[in-house]
Design a binder for this molecule. Structure first.
Ligand SMILES: O=C(O)CCC(=O)C(=O)O
Length: 247
């Protein structure tokens, strides 16, 4: 993707304006992710890329959305695209780091712990992105560092209103899409950062969506970020469904 520089800082004191935010009744309550990954479905893509999607994986996603919108230090970044400096059409906030969670309560660290355990990778790098309305977006890209690797893992938790998230093969071909929001989890794995691109396109009308992205700085223990067998048993001892076969 383009080179990125952070310029103007909105700051925690300046709560971003998020028009059209009306939390759904189903997303109220204390935030916590589902340790059983009960709704998770595996989608195998071409070129040994895959995507795991778990609908409404985080309960109480509205409360987490509001906390993060209020308290993170949002920046408007400038990116260099085709030699020109342009404002990125979304806000971004860096996460202080694993274990340090002054703003979000325990939910985000629980998300990191569950995902790291399930996929056998240390998901240390975390960023938050805020798409205030349908004009905010991110262009087609594969993650810059990760696309140089044979395989990589990127996990995205979506809070707030659903927005289309699309993937397309680098060499051309049909795109696939998911509407992500309301606590959904999407994990891109295998060759996905190298052989596919993803993006959040502009749309005519959309409420605010916040994405939390988690990346491994290094490949996982098995180098692939595939779900570990031990991770298929939940911490409370229930069997976790194995992702269904390819669709
Ligand atoms: O917000 C999203 O769902 C995608 C974020 C993303 O792809 C990125 O920041 O590189």
């Amino acid at each position: 993707m383009a080179n990125v520089r952070s310029t103007s800082v909105a700051g925690a004191a300046n709560r971003p304006v998020v028009p059209g935010w009306r939390p759904s009744l189903f997303t109220l309550g204390p935030p916590h992710p589902d340790p059983t990954f009960a709704t998770l479905v595996r989608h195998d893509l071409a070129e040994q890329a895959w995507v795991d999607h778990a609908r409404a994986w985080v309960d109480g996603s509205a409360e987490l959305f509001e906390r993060l919108v209020d308290r993170l230090a949002w920046s408007s970044r400038t990116v260099t695209m085709y030699g020109r400096q342009v404002d990125e059409p979304r806000l971004t906030a860096a996460w202080p780091g694993p274990g340090v969670d002054p703003v979000a309560g325990p939910a985000v660290e629980e998300v990191r712990r569950l995902l790291s355990h399930r996929y056998g990778v240390a998901l240390r790098s975390t960023w938050a992105n805020l798409y205030r309305d349908g004009r905010d977006s991110v262009a087609w890209h594969g993650d810059r560092v990760l696309r140089q690797r044979e395989v990589a893992l990127v996990a995205i938790v979506s809070l707030g209103e659903p927005r289309p998230f699309r993937l397309r093969p680098v060499g051309g071909g049909d795109s696939v899409g998911f509407d992500l929001g309301l606590g959904d989890l999407l994990v891109m794995g295998g060759s996905c950062q190298r052989t596919w691109q993803h993006g959040v396109p502009k749309v005519r009308r959309a409420g605010p969506r916040l994405s939390l992205s988690f990346r491994a700085e290094r490949p996982g223990r098995d180098g692939r970020g595939e779900p570990r067998q031990s991770a298929l048993i939940s911490p409370i001892g229930q069997d976790t469904p194995v992702p269904p076969s390819p669709q």
